[in-house]
Design a protein around this ligand. Structure first.
Ligand code: C2E
Ligand code: MG
Ligand code: MG
Ligand code: MG
Length: 296
């Protein structure tokens, strides 16, 4: 596959369901080209406060958006799996991180006035590369985005793969001011003792727990446990996938302070982000600059 610059990453034992391989290669080739030409989009979804100033944004999560002509129905999760399988993930994650930091830096005045963090997803595979922390520092230096306003999200199941290099990177990044969120928390079966040893700042509770909050059934008991756990480990906690007012009310009652989901806002291209956040604050026309929205 050297002709197309692709090769299969050694993924033995990762035990992931991957797309049928005959359909994956054209997608991987197309994705490789999109990465090389930067023809990918990053959209941003607000993370909001559940407390009395309810609905105010405290941050945004950067999410990859790309449509493949080889496979128009592929989800972002499917794309990430293909990128991991064909060893494209490092370049892909780096491109998203760089784009997101550059977008945020361009809107720095607005981000600063709204006091927003930038959350970016990172594959566990990338985190296990020895120079990862330094590459992140390089991107922060290049774009001028402050480490203190960056949160890197890594899924619980990917962290569960024991790696001293990954742990070393997490320590280095945190020493430099970057915060770490454990994404899709509650689905990866980490032991509590292990959780306490992962250098992290934030738990993002998997949306399956939130989806189970329905007015016709009792709230999932694990949600209360996770709220208490995060308090005792001194971790922030974010509920993902909040789609209804009822779910927001139950989560608030359980002690959750932060949420993300369609009930508040979907993800937007950066050009629409600041006006969405301003609407949320009732600050339309109140002088928060919208910045230069031309694409990078
Ligand atoms: P995630 O990090 O857990 O992101 C949250 C996902 O839930 C996003 O899906 C988002 O669009 C979706 N979502 C937000 N609010 C709601 C809601 O109220 N209900 C429901 N049902 N879904 C909601 P998306 O964008 O399709 O991304 C899927 C996953 O792909 C992400 O899950 C993340 O793990 C991964 N991903 C996305 N962008 C990147 C990236 O740049 N790098 C890496 N390594 N992974 C990424
Ligand atoms: Mg995430
Ligand atoms: Mg998640
Ligand atoms: Mg996810």
């Amino acid at each position: 596959r050297a002709d197309v610059g692709l090769y299969r990453a050694k993924q033995a034992g990762r035990n992931r369901t991957v797309l049928e391989s005959s359909r994956q290669l054209p997608l991987a080739v197309e994705l490789r080209e999109a990465i090389d030409t930067g023809a990918l989009d990053v959209h941003y979804q607000p993370i909001v406060s559940l407390s009395e100033d309810g609905g105010q944004a405290v941050g945004v999560e950067a999410l990859l958006r790309w449509s493949s002509s080889a496979q128009p129905d592929v989800t972002t999760e499917g794309l990430i799996r293909v990128a991991e399988e064909y060893d494209l993930i490092s370049d892909l994650d780096e491109l998203v991180l760089r784009r997101a930091c550059a977008d945020a830096a361009r809107l720095q005045d607005s981000f600063a006035q709204l006091d927003l963090t930038l959350n970016v997803n990172v594959s566990g595979l990338e985190l296990a590369e020895s120079d990862y922390a330094d590459r992140v520092s390089g991107i922060l230096a290049d774009t001028g985005w402050p480490a203190e306003q960056l949160v890197l999200e890594v899924t619980e199941s990917e962290l569960a793969a024991e790696s001293q290099t990954a742990l070393g990177n997490l320590h280095k990044l945190r020493d430099r001011g970057v915060r770490i969120a454990i994404d899709d928390f509650g689905t990866g079966y980490s032991s509590l003792s292990r959780l306490a040893t992962i250098p992290s700042d934030i738990l993002k509770v998997d949306q399956s727990f939130v989806a189970a909050i329905r007015s016709d059934s009792p709230a999932p008991p694990l949600l209360g446990v996770i709220a208490a756990l995060s308090k005792s480990l001194d971790l922030q906690v974010i509920a993902e996938g909040v789609e209804t007012e009822y779910q927001a009310a139950v989560l608030t009652e359980l002690g959750f302070a932060l949420a993300q989901g369609y009930h508040y806002s979907d993800s937007h291209p950066v050009a629409e982000l600041i006006s969405d956040l301003n609407d949320r604050r009732g600050l339309v026309g109140a002088g928060i600059p919208e910045g230069d929205h031309t694409a990078t």
